[in-house]
Ligand binder design. Structure first.
Ligand SMILES: O=C(O)c1ccccc1NCC(=O)[C@H](O)[C@H](O)COP(=O)(O)O
Length: 209
């Protein structure tokens, strides 16, 4: 199980979260987000991290902006959290062959899952997140997990959206994603992670295995 904690803005918290068991850290490169962090800050935080996946989160950025982000920050992957088309993803994959591409799909209704078919050949992983009319991500809202029971894409997928230490067991009893992604559910405030909540998350996860 891949465990991504997203919205990292402090080096000490990033280190502690990986040491607690996270396999991936997410860095928000969306300027409208309260969790926004610059490429230079991502690079500074990354230099002292234990081994982990380092995912830059973008939304409707140009390919040139994404390539520049990847040049400035030592990322292992890019998470596309906007309305990026399969064609956009395919071209970006050719420009950044060494990076994992994760396409986030914001699910409002079950039929929104159908778009995953169009991405499976052009990205490495999918991430299902809650839809919100004003916020692209980090909403703290859960998806209808029951509606996802038959979701079995040909590529790995992350469950995101409103996951917390208190609901993760229920979520993973109903669904079997290859990864989970949390942000606000392990925070004191946007971008300020609560390490007690992070440790509680891993305690719950350890009881599942
Ligand atoms: O977290 C943000 O502020 C954000 C802003 C704009 C685009 C994406 C964003 N987050 C992407 C993530 O991968 C979050 O972890 C995901 O949306 C889940 O967030 P939460 O519901 O708070 O756990």
């Amino acid at each position: 199980m891949r465990i991504k904690i997203c919205g990292i803005t402090q080096a000490s918290q990033g280190r502690a979260i990986v040491q607690a068991g996270a396999t991936a850290l997410g860095f928000i490169s969306v300027k409208a987000s309260p969790r926004y962090i610059s490429p230079k800050e991502i690079a500074r935080i990354s230099q002292d991290l234990p081994p982990c996946d380092r995912i830059g989160v973008v939304a409707n950025a140009s390919r040139e902006e994404i390539v520049e982000l990847a040049r400035q920050a030592p990322l292992t992957g890019i998470q596309l959290h906007g309305n990026e088309s399969p064609e956009f993803c395919q071209t970006l994959r050719q420009q950044l062959p060494g990076l994992e591409l994760i396409k986030a799909l914001r699910i409002r209704q079950t039929s929104d899952l159908e778009q995953s078919d169009r991405y499976q050949a052009v990205v490495d992983s999918l991430l299902l997140d809650a839809y919100h009319p004003q916020q692209l991500g980090g909403t703290g809202q859960t998806l209808d997990w029951q509606a996802l029971r038959s979701f079995e894409p040909a590529i790995p997928w992350f469950l995101a959206g409103g996951l917390t230490p208190d609901n993760i067991t229920q979520a993973l009893t109903q669904l079997h994603p290859q990864g989970i992604d949390l942000s606000s559910g392990v925070e004191r405030s946007p971008g300020d992670k609560d390490l007690d909540k992070v440790h509680a998350l891993f305690q719950h996860l350890s009881r599942l295995t």
